[in-house]
Design a protein around this ligand. Structure first.
Ligand code: FMN
Length: 185
């Protein structure tokens, strides 16, 4: 089992990163190989809408630090993606990545990815009300279903603002662990 983990927050060991780390440590103990990328440390552009991936190539024509990430996801069984909520949306780093996954769709809008991958989506937000920003996951989940992901899991931390707040919440850390156990079962 191969897991690719993308950290979508600029914060080092921030709330989403800590939950992702707990997930990955658990999955590794259960036998998964883990490859982690910190999007904020990579240099990449958003989708240029050049349509080369629909007309001439079966992948994104841009060659930058995201090229290797997009290739690694093709080989992975599990994708873990994390984002803090910024102004009611995903982080800019996360959105830049998502737009480039447009290259996973062929001209007829069928997926170029092998079917059956699993998605783990980790979302953190300061707002404690769970009904706020509950729309984010279903919107991105539908894109990944289109790409052929068979199973999707949400690890959501509400009411966490400062660094260390998610780590101090045993319920959240346990949720990250339990999700890894389910994915690896
Ligand atoms: C630029 C910026 C915008 C934010 N916007 C929101 C927001 O709209 N709603 C919210 O609940 N929290 C918001 N937050 C708080 C973060 O979502 C929260 O601190 C989260 O736990 C950060 O996760 P991280 O430590 O993984 O980066 C914002 C934080 C920043 C820096």
């Amino acid at each position: 089992m191969k897991t690719v983990c993308l950290l979508g927050s600029p914060r080092v060991r921030g709330n989403s990163a800590v939950l992702a780390t707990r997930y990955c440590e658990t999955a590794e103990k259960l036998g998964s190989e883990i490859q982690t990328f910190t999007l904020n440390k990579l240099s990449y552009r958003g989708c240029q809408a050049c349509m080369t991936c629909k007309t001439k190539l079966d992948k994104c024509v841009l060659e930058d630090d995201l090229t290797h990430v997009l290739d690694a996801i093709r080989e992975a069984d599990v994708l873990v993606i994390t984002t803090p909520v910024y102004f009611g949306e995903v982080s800019g780093q996360f959105k830049g990545f998502i737009d480039r996954t447009f290259s996973y769709l062929a001209a007829d809008h069928s997926s170029r990815l092998s079917p059956g991958k699993k998605l783990v989506f980790i979302q953190t937000q300061a707002e404690a009300d769970q009904s706020k920003f509950a729309d984010i996951f279903p919107r991105y989940e539908s894109a990944f279903k289109w790409y052929g992901f068979a199973e999707t899991y949400l690890v959501r931390a509400c009411g966490v603002y400062d660094k260390g707040e998610a780590e101090a919440r045993e319920d959240l850390m346990r949720l990250a662990e339990e999700t890894a156990e389910k994915v690896m079962a």
